[in-house]
Design a protein around this ligand. Sequence first.
Ligand SMILES: Cc1cc2nc3c(=O)[nH]c(=O)nc-3n(C[C@H](O)[C@H](O)[C@H](O)COP(=O)(O)O)c2cc1C
Length: 395
Amino acid sequence: MRVAWGEFYVREFYVFSQPYIRVIEMTDFLDFIIDDARWAPSGHNTQPWRFKKIPPNILDIYVQSEENVLNLGDNETAILCVGMMLENIILSANHKGKSVEWTIQDSTDAKKPVIRVKFMDSLDIASSEDNRLYQRIRTRSVDRRSYKYKPLSNEDKKALEKALGSTLKVDWFESLKERYSMARLAMGATHIRLSIKETFSVHQEVVEWQKKDSADKIPAHSLGLDPLTLMISKFFSKSRKRQEFINKVPGGLFLYQWETDICPGIACAGYFMLSLSCPIAVGKAEKISQLLEAGMVVQKFWLTADLLGLALSPNHMLLVFSDYIRKEIEFTKDTHELENAKKLSQRFEAYIRKKFNLQPEKVLLMGRVGSPRERRGLPRSIRLSAENLLITEMR
Ligand SMILES: Cc1cc2nc3c(=O)[nH]c(=O)nc-3n(C[C@H](O)[C@H](O)[C@H](O)COP(=O)(O)O)c2cc1C
């Protein structure tokens, strides 16, 4: 049987009625893969990946530099996100009857490696579980609002833990006391983030205040703020002077923190913390591989949550500030906020060590999870088109 799908052909042969082999002519195969890949999440929707097609069956991924004060040092957040996007590629290829081999093609610049993905015909059929995850690639979306107070069921937790395989482990912060503690810590990170000068221009670049959806930013309407707080935040985000003014007013940031950290932090099933289950890699290429593999697993975790009907919202800033303090990086000239960051990071690290004997440097992603109150209705970060993600000449 031969089915024409635009320029795209699928041939299906039935062997003993099933399983069947699908042979896909590569004409536009790489475009279809990129079209699925681009729906992976990234911090602030920056999509730190660009593609080079090498027909018929090779795709090079160029990691983009995303170094700013809102991300982990050494471009680690971007590399983790590229790993998440790589998982989309694998699910998409398997769904189309191809197997995937990926290698780090160039790690000369450890912050901006190039990854080569090769697609091959495969007799294996994607598992039904992987096919179900594939179906969630476009429906998965961050939900920063409050969730139901309903705890996670044991089945949900088991399914989420299973998605991590042996690469990562998850620890849960579920009791009211634990959720409150995490929400307070997150509130501290928000205070630093909104106070320092260094984040001001980044916030201006990454938040879309005008339109409801955005191809390469976070729409302000998806931040989970009520219309009044949204209006106030928009007003104070217009200039650094206005921001400095509100920062000086006692409790000036409280409404924002209340709506982004405290309320949703308590109204959820709990916080999750994903950390490496093995030692941190040492060599340059090994570290990149480890981050990519971890990213792939993180994406499986998020897609599984979506499949289970759960909402998820990462909270990266505690990890970012802790990382800077641990590495003794002075990420701001504001000595008062630097001191605050030191205290916050000590409290955070002591808390997770005491609770789960967790090594903070091994934690790669944390956030909230729970049953959404409403499934739909949030504006979302739409994506750059596949065409805009293509590299035509070398960086
Ligand atoms: C590594 C990582 C860190 C993130 N950190 C945060 C965060 O700290 N706060 C937040 O509100 N969203 C965070 N997000 C969510 C992204 O902003 C969101 O996934 C992105 O804008 C794309 O939107 P979508 O998930 O709806 O497709 C993070 C996402 C990733 C992958």
